[in-house]
Design a protein around this ligand. Structure first.
Ligand SMILES: Cc1cc2nc3c(=O)[nH]c(=O)nc-3n(C[C@H](O)[C@H](O)[C@H](O)COP(=O)(O)OP(=O)(O)OC[C@H]3O[C@@H](n4cnc5c(N)ncnc54)[C@H](O)[C@@H]3O)c2cc1C
Length: 463
């Protein structure tokens, strides 16, 4: 049976549902196909569940620190992971169900459940149905990568998705991979009460960020008792006495980390391998991403790719911005482009690390004459009042034009405070603009004008 629509949207992640809302409001008929959970990764196995767990972990940590706040000691306590997961599950379910209700009741939108595969550039099969449309929007996202590590077949392991179902606290969690996902799980499980070892191939954390950022994040983690095994050149997996072991060295008697549970956090893989792209005349790149232009159109007219599957972003905010770009171009005749957006992101270790724009290494590589301003969080009143003084704020400014080039904040409230710099950068504003602005006292952000007022030349290798 074949049904025709103005548009097919494949995937109810972070771009598809909002696009369905805009297109149907404009009078289009839309078929939206989802094979698993409404809300995709962010809602079900990504941002929402991890940030809910991180909140529980923070509460446990604050309870442990009671005496530092002049309160009676909390004493020893054990976390019931099942209860923590239940709180998280309720938050996730509310979000997923809200989205499902919105989509299934959206006038002009027909929801299909199943896996969509191309039959041609204008038709896709979902179960027994054939859906046809002149416009097809792929928002298929990704899943945890399964790297070809030696021994992976022999060892049971968790991914960032499956560990969200764990009901008993691991005695010792070994995590391989210190990207955002590995770092966040490391700290949250440590705070909930597990021993944690984090194994990473790079000689330092966050190799794409500045060394001072990596050092501050490493200090935050190690100060809480997390063991870092950095520079793990030859990672292989095994088992001893029924427990997972991660070998970290290429030497004959390799050093190893043994734990009770193993989490592999080694990146993500786009869900493009089972779409039948060739039937539509499309080809993924060597990493599985669907190449797109500045307006997110693929090489085949009438087919767009949005979100994680196009390799132009790996965040919810980039997926959502993809929706905005497509809607603006299609419906508003507004020529928005992917390259209009600034690179912004945060890693939700506590305190968080948030950044915008260029790093020092990128500024040096571009040969840009630059100034740097930096302030430790020990000199931020709000941070001392809160008893959370780890980290620093740092800004980079063009030495000749005064334009803001980038900023990193490792510190309490940094994920929120960075937005005043993001906004100024988007408005192509200068350090002088930041210095003249008045911010609310007492906040972390109120010191940002001060940081812009204490600029000095950026030397190569600046820490
Ligand atoms: C542990 C973790 C924590 C994260 N934390 C953050 C964070 O704090 N902030 C942030 O910005 N980002 C975070 N991310 C990343 C964020 O979740 C993703 O960037 C975002 O979800 C991408 O959205 P998307 O719409 O591209 O795809 P997804 O959200 O993955 O949605 C794709 C949807 O398509 C469906 N689908 C796939 N193939 C088909 C098919 N053939 N037919 C039908 N349906 C299909 C899938 O079932 C899925 O529902 C995190 C990710 C992880 C794993």
């Amino acid at each position: 049976m074949s049904q025709s629509f103005d548009a097919l949207i494949i995937g109810a992640g972070q771009a598809g549902p909002s696009l369905a809302g805009r297109l149907t409001a404009a009078g289009w008929t839309v078929a939206l196909v989802e094979r698993q959970d409404f809300g995709g990764t962010c809602v079900n196995t990504g941002c929402t569940p991890t940030k809910a767990l991180i909140a529980s972990a923070k509460a446990a940590q604050t309870r442990r620190q009671a005496e530092q706040y002049g309160l009676p000691p909390a004493g020893e306590f054990t976390v019931d992971l099942a209860q923590v997961q239940a709180r998280k599950d309720a938050i996730v379910a509310a979000s997923r169900q809200g989205l499902e209700k919105w989509l299934t009741h959206m006038p002009g939108c027909t929801v299909f459940r199943g896996t969509a595969r191309f039959l041609s550039a204008t038709t896709m099969q979902v179960g027994d149905e054939v859906l046809a449309a002149k416009h097809i929007f792929l928002n298929v996202g990704g899943r945890p990568a399964r790297p070809a590590l030696p021994g992976i077949e022999q060892v049971p392991y968790f991914t960032s998705s499956t560990i969200l179902g764990l009901q008993e606290l691991p005695a010792h969690l070994v995590i391989v991979g210190a990207g955002a996902v590995g770092l966040e799980f490391a700290q949250l499980f440590r705070r909930l009460g597990s021993e944690v070892t984090l194994v990473e191939r790079s000689p330092r954390l966050l190799p794409h960020d500045d060394e001072d950022v990596a050092a501050a994040v490493a200090e935050i983690l190690t100060s809480e008792g997390i063991t870092l095994r950095l520079g793990a050149e030859c990672i292989s997996l095994g088992q001893e006495n029924g427990q997972p072991v991660v070998h970290v060295s290429c030497e004959e008697n390799p050093a190893s980390s043994q734990g009770s549970h193993l989490l592999l956090a080694l990146g993500r893989q786009p869900n493009t391998d089972d779409l039948g792209l060739d039937k539509a005349g499309l080809q993924a790149d060597k990493h599985g991403y669907i190449p797109v232009d500045e307006q997110l159109q693929t090489a085949v007219p009438g087919i767009w790719a949005l979100g994680d599957c196009n390799g132009r972003g790996a965040y919810t905010h980039t997926a959502y911005n993809d929706f905005e770009i497509v809607a603006a171009n299609l419906l508003d005749h507004e020529p928005r482009r992917v390259s209009d957006r600034l690179p912004v992101s945060a890693i939700y270790v506590d305190p968080p690390f948030a950044k915008v724009g260029l790093t020092e290494a990128e500024v040096h590589a571009a040969g840009t004459p630059a100034l740097v301003g930096k302030r430790p969080m020990t000199k931020v009143g709000r941070a001392t009042e809160k008893g959370e003084t780890q980290g620093f704020m740092k800004v980079l400014v063009h030495a000749e034009t005064d334009q803001i080039l980038g900023a990193s904040i490792v510190g309490v409230g940094g994920d929120e405070a960075i937005h005043c710099i993001i906004t100024a950068m988007y408005a192509r504003q200068t350090a002088a603009f930041m210095r003249h602005n008045v911010f609310i006292h007492p906040t972390v952000a109120e010191l940002i004008p001060t940081v812009f007022g204490e600029l000095k030349p950026l030397e190569k290798g600046e820490k």
